[in-house]
Design a protein around this ligand. Structure first.
Ligand SMILES: O=C(O)CCC(=O)C(=O)O
Ligand SMILES: [Fe+2]
Length: 269
């Protein structure tokens, strides 16, 4: 991509971000936005860098997906739904037409993929352009351009110590799943049985109940976006174990606080 193309792309992305987070003309309370975000728009557009997670094909992480003010706006929008007001519920699901803020979030996911930079850390310093293969996109393009991109959301609130057991998301959901993390950071583990291909690319091996497992930890910082497709979505289980003694990153225990996440998926036809 030459400099002109790059500037043009940044321009498009800036406009897209303005549309998603800009001053609301219809006064819809449903939307999430903030004046800080509006100020940020005047300045540089933050580069959205994507990392391919080593060893887990189809797993991508964008650590800088939402800046702090966007994270606060999103949290306020979620709280504004009143789903968790009674203190008894820690999960809410919506199908079909998503609230305005979730539709905007979906749009931001699409833009984050379309205007992505693949991380040099992954050893593949590529900007995805048409001449590169599908593997260079954080989400395969047929999924990226489906309509709607997502029609189901789950908001989860986890208190310290609470997580989610190892699972593959239900087959009623199509390929291409997004997870946005807010508040406390945490480590999500991806696991799959050791037998099979691509064993030489793995970061860790442990003994699971069903035999040896390949285990790949991923740090989900607040504001990060995870995308799972293909093998990451269908062959690997994901899990967050926040019980005492399980949340470590680089040898250090993670200080746990409340964590909120939004998972966006599409129902199969
Ligand atoms: O809360 C998360 O980060 C993951 C949620 C999840 O995996 C699910 O709801 O299927
Ligand atoms: Fe899941």
């Amino acid at each position: 991509m030459d400099d002109d193309d790059h500037d043009h792309d940044i321009d498009i992305r800036r406009r897209a971000l303005e549309e998603a987070f800009g001053e609301s003309s219809d006064g819809d309370d449903d939307e999430f936005e903030s004046s800080e975000v509006a100020e940020e728009k005047e300045g540089d557009v933050r580069p959205l860098t994507w990392e391919m997670v080593d060893g887990v094909k189809g797993l991508w992480l964008c650590r800088s997906f939402l800046c702090p003010s966007q994270q606060s706006s999103l949290l306020s929008a979620i709280r504004g739904e009143g789903w968790f007001d009674d203190g008894c519920h820690n999960q809410a699901m919506r199908f079909g037409d998503l609230p305005g803020w979730a539709a905007q979030l979906s749009q931001l996911v699409r833009e984050a993929v379309w205007f992505s930079d693949v991380s040099p850390a992954s050893g593949k310093e590529l900007s995805p352009t048409v001449e590169h293969g599908e593997d260079c996109w954080p989400l395969p393009l047929d999924l990226l351009w489906r309509e709607p991109l997502f029609d189901q959301l789950i908001a989860n609130v986890y208190n310290p110590g609470e997580g989610i057991c190892a699972h593959v998301d239900l087959m009623r959901f199509a390929d291409g799943i997004a997870i946005i993390s807010l508040e406390s950071e945490c480590v999500m583990h991806f696991t799959r049985p050791k037998q099979g291909e691509s064993n030489n690319e793995v970061q860790g091996e442990v003994q699971g109940e069903e035999g040896p497992l390949i285990r790949v930890p991923v740090l989900l910082n607040p504001g990060s976006l995870v995308l799972m497709s293909g093998e990451a979505r269908y062959l690997w289980k994901h899990e967050i174990n926040r019980k005492q003694g399980f949340q470590f990153w680089n040898g250090e225990a993670i200080h746990q606080q409340r964590r909120t996440s939004v998972t966006l998926r599409k129902l199969c036809k």
